[in-house]
Design a protein around this ligand. Structure first.
Ligand SMILES: Cc1cc2nc3c(=O)[nH]c(=O)nc-3n(C[C@H](O)[C@H](O)[C@H](O)COP(=O)(O)O)c2cc1C
Length: 161
């Protein structure tokens, strides 16, 4: 039994979550940024865990491309998903809009780990959007985006069986 966690990330939240998840998995686990996935040998793994942030409703484009390319091969694997995003109530919708239905239907689990918005790291446009979204959330009395670390444990339990 061997796990692969394959993730995309822009500012590091999803990468952090991928590494936290790795620590909680019982089987040997490789944790790979999808931008470095060229040499990954899928045959080496039983379980593939796919993780992505959401930007303007879109999951990581490199992860999406990789998943589309390997959709057939993934059919014979245990597959799980996690999403990092600011509005967890939308996570399932984002998965449905961005990932193949065939894989979502067979997934052993899918969790949202919430999100982190560190404006000091962001490029100008992202900083601007984040400030606008944060202001709107505040005015509507909504909670600011935060991480849901307990869902990392939840996903780990589902994968460990
Ligand atoms: C410009 C921008 C757009 C975002 N769009 C969405 C969105 O459409 N839906 C959502 O739930 N979260 C959204 N987020 C929140 C991110 O998904 C969240 O910050 C996530 O943790 C980023 O992960 P990363 O650091 O791995 O890139 C957005 C954040 C930024 C900065």
């Amino acid at each position: 039994m061997k796990n692969l966690i394959l993730y995309g990330t822009t500012y590091g939240c999803t990468e952090f979550c991928a590494n936290e998840l790795k620590k909680k998995l019982n089987a040997p686990t490789d944790c790979v940024n999808v931008s470095q996935a060229a040499g990954v040998e899928l045959n080496a793994y039983d379980t593939i865990i796919l993780g992505s942030p959401v930007y303007m409703g879109q999951m990581d484009k490199h992860l999406k491309a990789w998943v589309n390319e390997h959709e057939q091969a993934l059919q014979s694997k245990r597959v799980a998903f996690f999403v990092c995003c600011g509005f967890p109530e939308m996570a399932q919708k984002h998965l449905e809009a961005n990932m193949p239905k065939s894989l979502l239907n067979k997934a052993i689990a899918a969790e949202c780990f919430g999100g982190k918005m560190d404006i000091s790291k962001m490029k100008f446009l992202h900083r601007l959007i984040t400030k606008m979204v944060a202001k709107a959330a505040e005015e509507e009395g909504k909670q600011q985006p935060q991480m849901i670390l307990e869902n990392i444990d939840k996903l780990a339990r589902a994968i460990n069986g």
